[in-house]
Structures are given as structure tokens and as C-alpha cells.
Design a protein around this ligand. Structure first.
Ligand SMILES: *Cc1c(COP(=O)(O)O)cnc(C)c1O
Length: 236
């Protein structure tokens, strides 16, 4: 698979437009904190990623397949220092080694078992691995994630793992036109995020919700990290 290709001029236009949108959204909802943009590169060709990097826009890239992360992060590391990568896809235990090797932030930790694998692999690599835990806010089975009701348990299990640093929570909005449902579900995770921070001394700093089609709704409900693929480096 080659992936979608774009030149840096077009990428810059898209970046400026996303930034402008986010600025307007922050004004609309009176938000004072930063909204972090993650450039999801999973649809893009390696050439597009190189064009993006030539702009020196300092944003993390994100991949959803362990092999793509390994291949692309490996190739880019030979060209440019300090490029940050996030992992946002389903995690198979036999791929954890690549993910821990290359990911600055693993956003999609969705079981205690996988967290234990990550903790062990991080120990081997002498690394403290930053992670988010993913929740299934939409009751769609094909999407990974812990169930919302378990959050205190999940938090207490993960926080014990010495080579993991839990930074926050992540979720994928429901694939529906019904914005009321999407908003309700984002708000559920926002409430949990605030509750953990209230109970545990403001331990979390990242609430990762929102993609190309729903990032305004996510920001409205507390997200401070949006993962933009198709309308940034992707094909739409
Ligand atoms: C693909 C993907 C994105 C980006 O989605 P777009 O709708 O293309 O912006 C964000 N988050 C996750 C977890 C993804 O898998």
C-alpha cells in the first residue's frame, strides 16, 4: 500500500486551517488551555510524511499498526531527530516490542494484560513508557477499550506498574451522524477524567478525544488532544 501523497504547500494549508478552526472552537467555548494536535499518518505515504517533516511543524505523528510504526519510525529516525510517534491502534501482545521501542505515547492500552506486557517490555528497554488508557464509550464491540464502569479498578491496577507512566484517557467517538449521542459519550469520559483527577491529585493531563469529523464536539467536552488523520495528512 502506497498511501495518499501530498506536497508540503497543501499540508501547510491544511495545518493552518485546522489551527484556525481550533482557535475558533476555543473562543466559542471559552477554553484557555492548549489543544494538542496529533498528525495521524496511517493513510499517508512515506513521501507525504517527509514533506510534512520538512515544514518543521512540531507535532507528533501517529500510526495504528505496529509494523507501520516500526518501519516508518525506523526510516524517519535516519533522517531527522526528535520526531515523536504515538501508537493509536489495537495492540497485539506479540507486537508490543515494536510499539515500546518506537512510541513516545501509547494511546490505545485497552486491557490490563496488554499493560503488563508493555510494563515488562519497557523494563527490558530501561524505559518509562507513557500511555493513555482507552475506553469504549460507544458500546461498539469492534472498538477496543475498557468499559467505563471499571475506571477506578483499571486506574488502580495500571498505576502500580513501575515502568508505565499513565498520562490520561483516550476514546474514539461513535461513527454516527447523531451529534447528540457523540456529545453524550464524550461527556461521559470527560466526567471520568475529572473524577480521577479529583480523587488522585490531578494525576492525569491528557484527554484524547476527537478525530477529523468530530473534534469540535470533543473539544467542547474537555478534550485537550485531537487525532487528525483524513483531513490533515490523509485523503479528504
Ligand atoms: C485513524 C484514526 C484517527 C484519525 O481519524 P480521521 O477520522 O482520519 O481523522 C484517530 N484516532 C484513531 C484511534 C484512529 O485509528
Amino acid at each position: 500500500m502506497l498511501g495518499f501523497s501530498m506536497k508540503k504547500e497543501e499540508i501547510l494549508l491544511r495545518y493552518n486551517s485546522i489551527n484556525e478552526n481550533i482557535k475558533k472552537i476555543k473562543e466559542k467555548y471559552n477554553i484557555g488551555y492548549d489543544i494538542n494536535i496529533i498528525a495521524v499518518s496511517k493513510y499517508s505515504s512515506i513521501e507525504t510524511i517527509k514533506e510534512f517533516l520538512s515544514l518543521n511543524i512540531d507535532l507528533p505523528l501517529a500510526e495504528s499498526k505496529a509494523q507501520s510504526l516500526r518501519d516508518r519510525a525506523g526510516e524517519i529516525a535516519n533522517l531527522k531527530d526528535n520526531v515523536k510517534w504515538h501508537f493509536i491502534g489495537r495492540i497485539q501482545s506479540n507486537k508490543v516490542k515494536y510499539i515500546v521501542k518506537y512510541a513516545d505515547l501509547i494511546q490505545s492500552v485497552d486491557s490490563i494484560e496488554i499493560a503488563e506486557y508493555i510494563n515488562k517490555e519497557a523494563q527490558k528497554n530501561n524505559k518509562i513508557q507513557d500511555i493513555l488508557i482507552q475506553f469504549n464509550i460507544s458500546d461498539e464491540n469492534q472498538k477496543g477499550g475498557f468499559i467505563l464502569d471499571d475506571y477506578i479498578n483499571v486506574y488502580n491496577n495500571i498505576i502500580k506498574m513501575p515502568n508505565i507512566s499513565l498520562k490520561g484517557l483516550m476514546a474514539i467517538g461513535k461513527d454516527t451522524e447523531d451529534t447528540v449521542i457523540i456529545e453524550e459519550e464524550f461527556e461521559k469520559l470527560n466526567i471520568i477524567y475529572k473524577d480521577i483527577n479529583k480523587k488522585y491529585n490531578n494525576t492525569l493531563s491528557v484527554l484524547s478525544m476527537g478525530m477529523s469529523s468530530d473534534y469540535e464536539l470533543a473539544i467542547k467536552h474537555g478534550s485537550n488532544m485531537v487525532r487528525i488523520g483524513s483531513s490533515f495528512l490523509g485523503n479528504s
